[in-house]
Design a protein around this ligand. Structure first.
Ligand code: NAD
Length: 381
């Protein structure tokens, strides 16, 4: 490891003192969750002072210090952990002073919007798994976790096909910045597919479209994207992304195997149930099928909250447990870099009229970078 490192001598209090840097939509969600879990927001930061002040009001922590500069927060407040949920393009830059100070970071996805910067960051911080947990909350989702167990039990046989769907109901807020739908939303389902398959794609292709009747304050170059991919072992995959699902926030995963089909999250209203349905090769529902529930919230809430509220809670609990026990985090800079390369290849394919991009994965970060240069996902350095 090159930078900082977890404070091995730190005594982590049972009640965590959190810094919150990036206090927009999801920042407030995270702040409220850890506060409701009994922890303390000890500092709030945002380059937009208005966002920090509004979040302090909304979270009812008006007396905590606010910061424009994450380095100043890391220097001047005694923190057990920090949550970073600033603009995607600023994630790595904003995480760095905390990593250097040995403060564990819960970092929203992706690492950065820019692939060379993502590699630079991982090369600088190293592959230590105790520095950052990434906000890929599907890894903590009960319904998807159950599906993963059913896959591991071999109940659908060998996987032939996977299709992961992520469709927002509404456009993003006017403050939002995005390099494009595939980079921004695609990372969630790219990571989900990698996690469920346990295998890396070798070819990807993608197209981005403008579905009709969409009015967004943010130009992302399109509101609907289809990403296709294959893996070395012959699994065929697709990621469906859009911001135009008028009926509600929609997350579904179909996995078709040689002996059955697994379907997670069949759209059944929003908020609503989350069915995990395992269909046998006799066309019957298997006994291990199960229905999970979304969270029914009062008042105003972000559109993704009912579906993932429990997953965010579980992700934060797992983060603190790992910090307290000095155990590795379940999802780190290493996993998100893998997903980021996948979505970068898809994004470039979409810009290139849907041309097939070949790519691959290496465990060693320098070898992985070399592979990306060879596959023209990164410029020659
Ligand atoms: N894991 C998830 O489910 C999830 C969900 C949403 C967003 N995200 C990620 O979190 C990050 C932040 O996304 P977001 O949805 O919170 O974006 P956002 O636009 O609400 O906030 C981003 C930034 O915009 C500015 N801003 C927001 N509200 C403001 C206000 N009222 N006044 C002045 N400035 C304001 C702030 O600088 C803030 O840090 C992104 O990287 C995104 O990819 C993750």
């Amino acid at each position: 490891m090159v930078l900082g490192g977890f404070r091995k001598d730190a005594t982590v209090s049972r009640i965590f003192r959190y810094g919150l840097h990036g206090a927009g939509r999801i920042g407030r969600v995270h702040g409220q969750i850890v506060k409701d879990q009994g922890h303390v927001i000890a500092a709030i930061g945002d380059e937009a002072r208005a966002a920090a002040e509004e979040a302090a009001q909304a979270l009812d922590v008006q007396s905590v210090p606010t910061f424009g500069d994450p380095a100043a927060m890391a220097r001047s407040v005694d923190l057990d952990a920090v949550i970073i949920s600033s603009h995607t393009k600023d994630h790595a830059r904003d995480a760095r002073p905390f990593v250097e100070a040995g403060i564990p970071v819960y970092l929203e996805k992706p690492l950065t919007s820019d692939l060379p910067e993502a590699f630079d960051f991982v090369e600088a911080v190293g592959e230590d798994r105790t520095l950052l947990q990434i906000g890929l909350q599907r890894r903590f989702d009960e319904a998807l976790g159950h599906a993963k167990e059913l896959l591991a039990a071999g109940l659908i046989g060998e996987i032939r096909e996977i299709r992961s769907i992520l469709r927002d109901q509404y456009p993003p807020p006017p403050t939002y910045t995005s390099r494009g739908l595939i980079i921004d939303m695609g990372i969630h389902v790219a990571d989900e597919a990698l996690w469920l398959l346990g295998e890396y794609p070798d070819e990807v292709w993608a197209r981005v479209f403008e579905a009709r009747g969409y009015d967004s304050p943010v130009d992302e170059g399109g509101n609907t994207a289809f990403v296709g991919f294959t893996t070395k072992s012959g699994t065929i995959g697709r990621l469906d992304l859009s911001r135009t699902h008028a009926s509600g926030y929609n997350n579904e995963t179909y996995i078709i195997g040689t002996a059955g089909t697994l379907h997670v999250g069949r759209f059944s209203g929003y908020p609503g149930p989350i069915p995990v349905e395992l269909w046998t090769n006799k066309g019957e529902l298997h006994d291990s099928s199960k229905v999970f529930e979304m969270t029914y919230l009062d008042g105003d809430y972000a559109e993704f909250q009912p579906r993932f509220h429990t997953a965010y809670q579980r992700a934060h609990s797992a983060f603190r447990d790992a910090v307290a026990a000095q155990r590795p985090f379940a999802v780190t800079q290493n996993e998100v870099l893998s997903a980021q390369v996948f979505v970068e290849a898809a994004h470039l394919s979409a810009l290139d009229g849907g041309r097939i991009y070949r790519f691959g994965h290496a465990d060693d970060v320098s070898d992985f970078r070399r592979l990306c240069v060879d596959n023209r996902l990164l410029p020659e350095t």
